[in-house]
Design a protein around this ligand. Structure first.
Ligand SMILES: [Zn+2]
Ligand SMILES: [Zn+2]
Length: 193
């Protein structure tokens, strides 16, 4: 019952970023200072990278697309389209959710954001994995933080599982709910009294 065409994940754009997903970017979740679920990337980096890639791909990076991406990238939790519209709206400048959805469609197709199905919300992607990469999202129920990892092992296990079924997956995205290291650390009372 979706209103829009299925995403054809940027096939044929000949971009070479497929090689890049061998490198693991499991950016050690919350390892540094324990200051909560820190997303690993700066919003400015994400936007700058998207701008360069749009240029390379001959695509328009409109102000709306840029603003939507910046709003998503500024947040470490998944954001819904209405939240994004609200953040972008100012007195005298109302941004309609439908415009945000359109921009999100574009950003998702280009791989700059990912849709988190279980939240019907979006996160930015600062990584350089290919369009068909197997992804695992770790969603913390306590703080709402989210971490993205590529998971070649999951990818090949899934391919093996599907072998012979005739089923061809268009995405291999796994959403795992639980509690992040930072929240677990906060809740674990140290034993040494
Ligand atoms: Zn990603
Ligand atoms: Zn957490």
């Amino acid at each position: 019952m979706r209103g829009h065409a299925p995403h054809e994940h940027g096939q044929g754009d000949g971009s070479g970023d497929r090689d890049a997903h061998a490198q693991s970017h499991a950016h050690h979740p919350h390892g540094h200072d324990g200051a909560g679920c820190g997303g690993g990337h700066e919003a400015g980096d994400v936007v700058g990278r998207a701008e360069r890639l749009c240029q390379t791909r001959g695509l328009q990076f409109t102000r709306l697309r840029r603003d939507v991406l910046a709003a998503v990238a500024a947040e470490h939790r998944p954001l819904g389209a209405y939240d994004i519209a609200e953040r972008m709206s100012a007195p005298g400048r109302r941004v309609a959710a439908v415009s945000v959805y359109r921009a999100l469609d574009f950003l998702t197709e280009q791989g700059f954001v990912h849709r988190i199905s279980s939240r019907n919300a979006f996160v930015s992607c600062g990584h350089e994995h290919g369009a068909g990469a197997g992804l695992v999202f770790l969603i913390c129920r306590t703080c709402g933080g989210i971490d993205e990892m590529t998971a070649p092992a999951v990818e090949s296990a899934l391919d093996q599982t599907l072998a012979g079924t005739g089923f061809s997956p268009t995405s291999r995205i796994l959403e795992v709910e639980g509690e992040c290291g930072a929240c677990r650390g906060r809740n674990d009372v140290p034993d040494q009294a």
